[in-house]
Design a protein around this ligand. Sequence first.
Ligand code: ZN
Length: 383
Amino acid sequence: MKIRKGYKYRLKTNHRTASQFVRFSGACRFVWNKILSINEHRYFAGVPRLSYADACSLLAWWKQSEEYGWLQEVHSQVLQQCLKDLERAYANLFAGRTAPPQYRKKFLANSFRYPQGFKVDGRRVSLPMIGWVEFWDSRPIDGTIKNVTISRQGKHWFVALQVELDVPTPVHPSTAEVGIDLGIATFAATSAGELHPPLNAYRRVEKKKARMQRRLAGMVKYSCNWKKQQRRLAHLDIRIANCRHDFLHKLSTHTSKNHAVIVVEDLQVKHMSKSARGTVEEPGSHVAQKAGLNKAILDQGWGMFRRMLEYKQAWRGGEVIAVNPRYTSQTCPECGHIAKDNRPQQALFSCVACGYTYHADIVAAKNILALGHRERLNACASR
Ligand SMILES: [Zn+2]
């Protein structure tokens, strides 16, 4: 079985390499934003967007022009990778997986990628057109390096190496199964009865961020203080992202280590967060509450959690099953009775038919696990 793994190290930059990094990532941002803006105009004009090939030839043309000739100073494959990323962003959008691609901002998006031409030798990496850069090695690399990404976080630059490993197909050490209900009040409840509270990384610093943004608005654009404040804001965003990442990693590792089969709800987070203004089922009721709920949903990073579970299970030889979450919060796990009244309160499940009473989120997790069982049986039967 082939798996992909990432290694990330902090680079030892000097003035020359750092300014090259700034130039390369800036060029990527420029190309991304430029093509995105052209496509937006085309969209409003009713013209089909530029394909990847169109964008590539436009890029070649820009390089020959006087205005954008400076793009020649950036490695061409790096710019091509950026166009490929944009193409993938469109593909994801049209498949309904993600929101439209966004403009890249200077203080947030600083990265570029080489698909080939790089070399890694001990604690240093050779980057085409930039040269050898040393890094702080913290663990040995095994496997074939597929690509190299350089990115900035705060004041440091990092190199991320994606490697492909050929490993024997693993067999999960555990035979346990678990159902997981994801929620707002409780981030994850398991069918085994565990309750994991949410982190609410964003909520915690939200006020601080709003205050910082107000201060920024009062500053003279592009002044020294404005730039400093931009950097502080970017820093805060990085911190929020790091906290969330850490939280989700810990929980997904714990869950994946101990269970061969994990059953989750097939939540289409995107649809949930979009539906505040009204869906077919509930046309626009409780818009304000739902808008708050939506922010919380996105804050929890459910989608990220699911992806982490999936790749961690793949490494270990486990499985993730996604089931339709319909009625999982209203079904009695004891007698199977389905009723809205089974859930008199947010956190309480109490069956109106048989009187079974338990924590509502854990009940939902139990139902999710049961649905997972059914799905597996169906899959086996149809084989
Ligand atoms: Zn019951």
